[in-house]
Design a protein around this ligand. Structure first.
Ligand code: C2E
Ligand code: CA
Ligand code: CA
Ligand code: CA
Length: 273
């Protein structure tokens, strides 16, 4: 029995070493990915629920590695945060997103995700300001998305940074609202311009009366705070109909449009020539 246990421990250790090695090689590859131009952006449409008008696009980062193929953000973003690579990567995303949107024939909004590490960086507000100047994007067309978890890492610093960014005219959205760390105090303290309701609500809304009741309550909260609510992860007409009945402002999800390299509505200039 003792030998078997030892064998199991050795096996476990070997697996851990393997995991550590692959994390190290993933981290090393991440640091090179920018220089090697392995990143690109996808865009997913956001629409008004009431009339289906496009209101903007969320930018989603994609990493294509020459050997591993597409690496999902959930597999590399936590690691990029841990090893610090998220700062240059995040800067690249912000610049590329603003430059792209500035070239669009329509003044749609562009929503960019920020990580906790970026929020904790004292240079963030200056960086946003510089990128806006450099790309010529009107500040009101930029929206920065962040989760509650990433804000509470350093509340005082986040609040200071967000106030500076808001003063430029940029808007701030709270992402994945309603799951994980979630408190009404954050809504009270931070100057959000939009609430993005986590997509888990959409999964459950058809079957769970509790989820629907919470959705209603969040929409009511948004209305009384005068903050528009965007529902994420809308995959069916049925879900969109519920959102319309309940008075949700905006929606995003596969039913309205999958993330893609180019938004067709955006690349075609209006036919008014
Ligand atoms: P997120 O910010 O909540 O982004 C929405 C995720 O939901 C995206 O996954 C999107 O492809 C997916 N999605 C959109 N509509 C639907 C739908 O109808 N059904 C389902 N099941 N999924 C839908 P993606 O692109 O894999 O990104 C995952 C996460 O990675 C993002 O979650 C965000 O937290 C992070 N991320 C992506 N790009 C960036 C970035 O540039 N910077 C940072 N810091 N994080 C990013
Ligand atoms: Ca997001
Ligand atoms: Ca989200
Ligand atoms: Ca998320």
């Amino acid at each position: 029995a003792k030998a078997a246990l030892r064998e199991r421990i050795c096996f476990y250790q070997a697996e851990m070493d393997e995991a550590a090695r692959s994390r190290r090689s993933l981290a090393a590859a991440l640091w090179e990915a920018l220089d090697r131009e392995q990143f690109h952006l996808n865009f997913q449409v956001q629409k008004k629920v009431s009339n289906g008008d496009i209101s903007g696009f969320e930018v989603l980062l994609r990493w294509r590695h020459p050997e591993w193929g597409m690496v999902p953000p959930m597999d590399f973003i936590p690691l990029a945060e841990e090893c610090g690579a998220i700062l240059p990567i995040g800067e690249w995303v912000l610049r590329a997103a603003c430059r792209t949107a500035a070239g669009w024939p329509h003044p749609y909004k562009i929503a960019v995700n920020l990580s906790a590490v970026q929020l904790g960086d004292d240079g963030l507000a200056d960086l946003v300001g510089n990128i806006l100047t450099e790309t010529g994007l009107e500040p009101h067309r930029l929206e920065l998305e962040m989760t509650e978890t990433s804000i509470v890492v350093d509340k005082v610093r986040s609040l200071r940074t967000l106030r500076r960014i808001k003063a430029m005219g940029v808007s701030i959205a709270i992402d994945d609202f309603g799951v994980g760390y979630s408190s009404l105090e954050t809504l009270r303290t931070f100057p959000f311009d939009k609430i993005k309701l986590d997509r888990s609500f959409m999964n459950e809304i058809e079957h769970s009366p509790e989820s629907k009741a919470i959705l209603r309550a969040i929409l009511a909260l948004g209305r009384s705070l005068n903050i528009p609510v965007l529902a994420e992860g809308v995959e069916t007409r049925f879900q969109l109909d519920i959102l319309n009945v309940e008075g949700c402002t905006e929606a995003q999800g596969y039913f309205l449009g999958r993330p893609g390299p180019l938004a067709p509505d955006v690349v075609t200039a209006p036919a008014d020539a």
